[in-house]
Write a protein that binds this ligand. Structure first.
Ligand SMILES: [Zn+2]
Length: 294
């Protein structure tokens, strides 16, 4: 690797690190590395700037497995430095849609985002990888990553994408939640699920709430109580009593936010943290189809 530090890390619990890009990440996206006795588990790979695998190898000497909380590009961009990854079976198809960006393009994008003094030193080295199809193993609700001395459990919280999961580390009582439940939970995207469906999965996560104290997400982190704010807020959308706060969504079209935001700003008026964007015609769950095949 060159002399540029593309990443920073911070220890958040026993053998557990939060990793971010050093620059160029406007979101900014966060990923996490958990070291166990037999292997280390990397949860998400952020936006693909820098060789994340090599950086993780400075934190752990164990072999590294990679799991994605969902297939959005700001969570899978670093996947292409790895041989294989795990993700929820319903997001694997969507994952294919981000393929095809070559490393020259990634280099160009990175260079444009880099601070001046970084830019001069940047070369097209192994910090950049082609975004190409890779071996992807499906995970399902209840699956476990057994790291030897710690179990990380997969819990479906579908909604933000069709295949969003959270991962609960039973040893450190941390729930790694991707974009499944945060202050800007986007349910207005083309691949998001209806609000009512999402609410059902939040209740599923509520059953697991006694197992964690913190939620470390893909862009921010919370105490476990943010889940109660989510349940309370999403319920108001279902009964029609939510704030219906009008904003322009990430797709450039009008969306509603369940809780009132401060004028022209991001936080909630009432000081609570959870919020969710949605489209008024995508609240009700879809009717399930039933076949009888004889
Ligand atoms: Zn996302």
């Amino acid at each position: 690797m060159g002399e540029i530090q593309y990443f920073t890390s911070e220890k958040i619990a026993e053998n557990s690190w939060m990793i971010k890009n050093n620059f160029g990440d406007s979101t900014p996206a966060i990923c996490y590395l958990i070291e166990g006795e037999n292997y280390a588990l990397l949860i998400d790979s952020i936006i693909g700037i820098g060789n994340l695998k090599k950086f993780c190898e400075t934190l752990t000497k164990k072999p590294i497995k990679l799991v994605n909380t969902h297939a959005h590009s700001d969570h899978v961009g670093g996947n292409f430095h790895f041989e294989e990854c795990y993700m929820h079976h319903r997001d694997i198809g969507f994952f294919q849609t981000v393929m095809g960006i070559n490393k020259e393009k990634v280099f160009e994008i990175t260079k444009n985002m880099a601070p001046e003094d970084f830019r001069e030193k940047m070369v097209l080295d192994d910090n950049f990888a082609d975004w190409k199809p890779m071996k992807t193993y499906p995970v399902y609700d209840g699956d476990e990553f057994d790291l030897g001395d710690r179990i990380i459990e997969v819990v479906e919280v579908l909604g933000h994408t069709e295949g969003s999961i959270v991962l609960i580390d039973h040893k450190t009582r941390i729930c790694y939640a991707g974009d499944a439940c945060n202050s800007n939970t986007l349910l207005d995207l083309p691949t998001s699920l209806p609000v009512e469906t999402y609410y059902g999965y939040l209740k599923h996560l509520k059953d697991h709430q006694p197992e964690f104290d913190m939620m470390y997400c893909g862009h921010e982190f919370f105490k476990a109580g943010v889940l109660d704010e989510a349940l309370e807020t999403v319920a108001t959308v279902l009964d029609g009593t939510d704030a219906k706060c009008e904003r322009i969504g990430i797709m450039g079209t009008p969306v509603l936010y369940a809780a009132e935001k401060i004028k022209d700003g991001y936080p909630r008026v009432d000081g609570k943290r959870f919020n969710m964007s949605y489209l008024p015609d995508r609240i009700k769950a879809l009717e399930s189809t039933k076949q009888i095949i004889k």
